[in-house]
Ligand binder design. Structure first.
Ligand SMILES: *Cc1c(COP(=O)(O)O)cnc(C)c1O
Length: 371
């Protein structure tokens, strides 16, 4: 891949800090480092987990699991994104000791059939039950039959029961979350009758911080470990305090020029100066994951001072109004799109300006070159 002009920095000390805050909740943690650790880099993230003695990690695909294992992580790795397996998937899971998620009959039977040809070995699996997300998992009514099937097979060992909360970050839906937790507990009871050592994992970040007692014995925080609060703007904002952002993104300023009153700029001439302006172009655009049509409040930071984005965002360039800076900007100056010193832009700010959530912001910007 050709490096972009857009540089992603990751502050692993802040990542450690966030993990330590969540560890204080008293639950075992299985941090979610899927999708390249939400754009932050799955391998360095896994190093920090090892350092802190966190012995569960949730990744997306088995292939991501292989990379984390080969990089030296020795804890349990659970692959949240499971497909109906082929021979190679099972080989990979066995060889690298990665726990695949089994979420439907087709997958369960395929795992069993493949394992039947591998005499003597047993595959650790995580069983998913759907308690209300409507995405993956055996329904609570199917759990008993699935448990009997697994017990009869003898080739699969369920080590973990998983379900996912749909609205744990929305206090007005607490009843729904409580119902999900009830269904989960019942499924756990059913499975534990046959597999007493089974561990249980229900809560994501919001489940861990706001429904701590109801979210199983292993929690799966994602967003908070990267420094963002999924309950931002709700009455539960305070449940997750003191987090520090891990990602920052900077780009060079590549041009600085004067725009006279009445002159326009950019594609569609979408910005016209109402007075003389000093403008500059930053080397980031929608090819780098910046949104093409952010809201008018959108800003970037030069030396810690916020400046507004103006005109239409292009493929690799975005225009800034530099007029009010208390110093003279020059090409080559660093522009912080996310994070950095001073009045920094947060992923939550970008999410607000882009009409999305911080998860998408770090995933998109995180695809750029890492320094
Ligand atoms: C992504 C994911 C999480 C983490 O959710 P956050 O809201 O980021 O804490 C937990 N569990 C599953 C199954 C997920 O897919």
């Amino acid at each position: 891949m050709i490096p972009s002009s857009c540089l992603v920095h990751t502050d692993w000390e802040n990542f450690r800090h966030n993990l330590r805050i969540l560890m204080r909740k008293g639950k075992s943690l299985m941090p979610v480092i899927k999708a390249n650790a939400y754009g932050h880099g799955v391998l360095p993230a896994s190093e920090v987990l090892s350092e802190l003695g966190i012995d569960w990690a949730a990744i997306g695909t088995l292939e991501e699991g292989r990379q984390v294992r080969d990089h030296g992580y020795r804890g349990n790795i659970v692959a949240l994104l499971s497909f109906t397996p082929g021979q190679e998937d099972v080989s990979l899971a066995l060889e690298k000791n990665i726990i695949p998620l089994v979420h439907d009959w087709k997958g369960l039977k395929a795992f069993d059939a493949i394992m039947s040809s591998r005499h003597g070995s047993v595959l650790d699996i995580a069983v998913k039950t759907d308690t209300g997300m409507g995405r993956l998992g055996f329904s609570p009514e199917e759990i008993e039959e699935a448990a009997s099937f697994i017990a009869a097979s003898g080739r699969l060992r369920p080590v973990l029961l998983i379900s996912h909360l749909a609205v744990a970050d929305e206090p007005e839906h607490d009843e729904y979350t409580a119902r999900q937790a009830d269904l989960f507990d019942r499924a756990a009871e059913t499975l534990r009758r046959i597999f007493p050592d089974l561990r249980c994992s229900l809560g994501n970040t919001a489940g861990l911080v706001s429904h701590t007692e109801r979210c199983g014995d292993i929690c799966r925080p994602g967003l908070a470990i990267y420094g963002y609060n999924p309950q931002f703007g709700t009455s539960r904002e305070g449940d997750c305090e003191g987090l520090l952002p891990v990602m920052s993104v900077s780009v060079p300023l590549i041009s600085v020029r004067t725009l006279r009153k009445g002159e326009s700029l950019g594609y569609g001439l979408s910005y016209t100066a109402e007075s003389d302006r000093l403008v500059g172009w930053a080397a980031i655009g929608y090819a780098d994951g910046y949104r093409r049509n952010p809201s008018p409040e959108a800003c970037m930071c030069v030396n810690g001072v916020r400046v507004p984005v103006i005109g239409r965002v292009a493929m690799q360039t975005t225009c800034l109004d530099l007029t009010d800076l208390p110093f003279s900007p020059a090409p080559g100056d660093t522009v912080h799109v996310l994070g950095g010193p001073g009045h920094a832009v947060s992923a939550q700010d970008l999410a607000d300006w882009w009409g999305t959530i911080p998860y998408e912001v770090t995933c998109l910007l995180g695809k750029n070159t890492r320094n």
